[in-house]
Design a binder for this molecule. Structure first.
Ligand SMILES: Nc1nc2c(ncn2[C@@H]2O[C@H](COP(=O)(O)OP(=O)(O)O)[C@@H](O)[C@H]2O)c(=O)[nH]1
Ligand SMILES: [Mg+2]
Length: 776
């Protein structure tokens, strides 16, 4: 229902905007023939065009995450309404895949965005079936290559009509994001971090996030681990986002007689989710397979096999007894509409649309409307000032123009003062960021040292070589570290610093300790001598390369996932913190520049005895791309630049090597030694290096954004100020030339002023509708 309302208001705003644009163009055209170049209105026109474009282009990204095999592809297909994503074990999602809606009837396309390449390549163009085949083929190709990690694209983009959007053109920017799930070639240890990273990123950047759970195994450890790791220390965020997180309990058709009722299962699941820290979790029972098959049958696009499957699995529930007492099952196409409803898919769709429309959708309409209103009011002011300029005595006007010039210069100085104040405040906030991230780094380093100490202790106690179990610590369930950091650290000097999204894959390797010498020895089959009992426990001596390798591997297996998980948490907090900082700075810019602008408006209004509207300094959401996006772009620039540099350095051709830490293995009288202290120092140095690099990265990104925000405010006030000066001076010179035309000009302007009234009224009415709807 709400989405229909959205559709209506969306269309209304587009119409009001277009009419305003037509009016403005006509006015400018006419003034042009009068010899006025209407320079000041050119910007107003381009602002309207920008707002209308945003209204059309807005993206609504909805992420779908599955902590385990849960029928994610089938679910996505059911929403899309086509069998386009392959459902088979070999076809796991290897990288983010955006399913972007295109109008019904357009040819679907699959694009691949490769690392280091700006433009995507077309993998396939054609029917859903053809795309499914080619997609599967390409996935296998990447997965089966020798070094799959290097071939993984940044993302795929599938452009395909999404059935449910067909009737809602205002939501044509709807995009489903298929996030990578656990897969076979990555070591189990990094899976939680990959999922965790994808989930946190989705929570930061998407309008809604759907977690798909499997009815048969939603109590799986993988689910617990993921939920534990993303909810830890994020209570505030989770309660802010509770309306846009959904849990889909899929495959409920698999419930058997002896299973508890679905309602009971859901009650239990909600309790569990609540314990994890999801406040008032929203759960939908769904049968994605039933939904998909029924939708296909309804559209007459099901294959024979699909119809057969539908009959086999889902038809029986719709059979009825006839007068002879036989059970009669109606034909699939007869029961398909009911089966679609019963599948739960429509309820999920409706809920997602409601959420989108009420939050991001409403904000967009409101922002666009504000921009249009600003444009109309600005035009109204221009007309009023011109009329006043023509009516006033020439000498008086000349005086006012001189005074206005002085005021404008003083306003310029005030703007410069704001610029400096904003920059100071930004520096203070960034210092706080820096201190915050250093605290994180110290804690992580301490943790590494602790583990190294533990190894040493183990080695010194009666030859016991039991090493700490890597798995017990990495899964984000590491209370001691996060407890300390986030209970004490949440508000260090106003905030934290930043980090790298999407670095998960590299990070697993980032802290891997290279054992190149050990490798070589291993291959060479060197026979090691026994370990000396009196040795320093931090010096691991071994005579067998296999033993040495095992020790190094243990260090790696502990450090890599631990640091990876740590990093993902840090970056999440820092990006959120970065956006909050940006928000504070924007508020300051807006407030201070608005004051300067209002002072001028007031002066002009009083001195010209005309109605001069204030010029609202605005930062519409649609102009802010988000720090995640900016960081990605910045990284891409860095990646290109370093790649160019490296071409000359042949040993660096393998980009992962830049992260490797070389563990020194010293050969001493036929005994080989690894110094744990030195190894720990090297790992710590890597943490420091990583932190430093990323501090710089976020600092640059925040700087860029704040510069852009300030520039936007400055542009808004400058255009406003300049416009009057130009107008008034022009009127002065025209009156010197053709004073006798004054009545004609005034009449013309008054006519346009009257016409504008109607546009302003329409804008007002639309605002009322929009506000009422928000509160309904
Ligand atoms: N019975 C039943 N099977 C389903 C449902 N959804 C998916 N499946 C089956 O579960 C298997 C895995 O589904 P798929 O979508 O590939 O899962 P993914 O790996 O999470 O993408 C396939 O054989 C699907 O047909 C459902 O709602 N009910
Ligand atoms: Mg799948």
């Amino acid at each position: 229902m709400l989405s229909q309302q959205f559709q209506k208001t969306h269309a209304e705003i587009a119409k009001v905007g277009e009419n305003l644009l037509l009016y403005l163009r006509k006015f400018r055209q006419e003034m042009l023939t009068e010899g006025d170049d209407t320079q000041g209105l050119e910007n107003v026109e381009s602002d309207i065009i920008k707002a209308l474009k945003a209204l059309k282009d807005q993206k609504y990204e909805v992420a779908v995450v599955a902590p385990m095999k849960a029928g994610k592809s089938t679910f996505l297909n059911a929403i899309i309404g086509a069998d386009v994503l392959a459902s088979e074990s070999a076809a796991c999602t290897i990288c983010r895949t955006d399913v972007q809606h295109i109008p019904q009837g357009s040819t679907p396309r699959l694009l691949e965005y490769k690392q280091d390449q700006q433009n995507p390549s077309v993998v396939c163009e054609g029917s859903a079936t053809e795309i499914q085949e080619k997609f599967l083929e390409r996935t296998r190709q990447i997965r089966d290559s020798n070094r799959p990690n290097e071939k993984i694209p940044d993302r795929f983009e599938l452009m395909h009509p999404i059935e449910a959007i067909g009737s809602l053109p205002s939501l044509s920017g709807f995009t489903l994001i298929d996030t990578p799930g656990p897969n076979e070639w990555e070591p189990a240890a990094s899976e939680v971090s990959t999922l965790k990273q994808a989930s946190l990123e989705a929570l930061r950047t998407c309008k809604a996030v759907l977690f798909i759970l499997n009815y048969r195994s939603y109590k799986d450890n993988a689910v617990d681990e993921l939920f534990a790791s993303i909810t830890k220390n994020r209570q505030e965020l989770l309660s802010e986002s509770k309306g846009r997180i959904y849990f889909i309990l899929n495959q409920v058709d698999l419930k058997s007689e002896k299973d508890p009722e679905i309602a009971e299962t859901i009650r239990q699941l909600k309790q569990d989710l609540n314990r994890f820290g999801f406040p008032e979790p929203i759960v939908f029972p769904v049968s994605a397979l039933q939904g998909l098959l029924a939708k296909l049958i309804q559209q007459n696009r099901a294959t024979e096999k699909q119809v057969k499957d539908f009959k086999k699995f889902f038809s029986a529930q719709y059979s009825e007894e006839n007068e002879d007492g036989d059970m009669v099952t109606p034909a699939p196409r007869k029961i398909a509409p009911q089966a679609v409803k019963d599948s739960g898919i429509l309820d999920v769709q409706e809920a997602i649309f409601q959420t989108i429309v009420q939050t991001a959708g409403w904000n967009l309409l409101s922002d666009v409307l504000s921009q249009l209103d600003k444009a109309a009011k600005s035009t109204e002011t221009t007309l009023n000032v011109q009329i006043a300029g023509w009516q006033m005595k020439v000498d008086e006007l000349r005086e006012k123009v001189d005074e206005y010039k002085r005021r404008r210069t003083s306003a310029r100085n005030k703007i410069d003062a704001v610029r400096i104040a904003v920059s100071d405040q930004k520096d203070r906030l960034m210092e706080g960021f820096g201190a915050g991230v250093d605290t994180f780094a110290e804690a992580a380093k301490e943790k590494i040292q602790e583990q190294i100490d533990l190894i040493a202790e183990n080695r010194s106690s009666e030859g016991s070589k039991r090493l700490p179990n890597a798995d017990s610590n990495y899964s984000g369930g590491d209370d001691s570290l996060w407890g300390v950091l986030f209970r004490e650290g949440t508000e260090i000097a106003g905030g934290f610093l930043e980090l790298i999204p999407q670095a998960g894959k590299q990070l697993a390797k980032a802290f891997r300790v290279s054992v190149s010498l050990l490798d070589r020895m291993n291959r060479d089959g060197l026979i090691p001598s026994p370990r000396r009992e009196d040795a320093d426990p931090y010096i691991i001596q071994y005579s067998s390369s296999a033993e040495g390798y095992r020790i190094s591997a243990t260090i790696n297996d502990y450090c890599a996932p631990y640091i990876q998980s740590w990093w993902v948490d840090v970056q999440d907090r820092l990006i959120i913190q970065g956006e909050k900082t940006r928000g504070k700075l924007v508020a300051k810019i807006q407030n201070d520049i608005q004051d300067i602008s209002d002072e001028l408006s007031q002066y002009l209004g009083e001195s010209l005895q005309a109605k001069v509207n204030i010029n609202p300094i605005q930062f519409p959401e649609f102009e802010f791309q988000g720090l995640d996006e900016m960081i990605l772009k910045q990284q891409e620039i860095i990646r290109r630049a370093t790649k160019r540099e490296r071409r000359t350095e042949s040993r660096c051709c393998d980009s992962n090597r830049v992260y490797y830490v070389d563990v020194e293995v010293n050969e001493k009288d036929t005994v080989f030694e690894v110094d744990l202290r030195a190894t720990a120092e090297k790992i710590k140095a890597k943490i420091d290096e990583q932190v430093q690099r990323n501090k710089g990265l976020l600092a640059r990104v925040v700087q860029k954004q704040v510069d852009a925000d300030f520039a936007s405010a400055e542009k808004q006030i400058s255009e406003y100020m300049d416009k009057f000066q130009i107008e008034l001076e022009r009127i002065l010179s025209e009156r010197d030339r053709k004073q006798e035309e004054a009545p004609i000009v005034i009449e013309l302007l008054t006519g346009y002023s009257d016409q504008l009234e109607e546009h302003l009224r329409n804008l007002n009415e639309t605002r009322t509708t929009l506000d009422e709807w928000k509160h309904s």
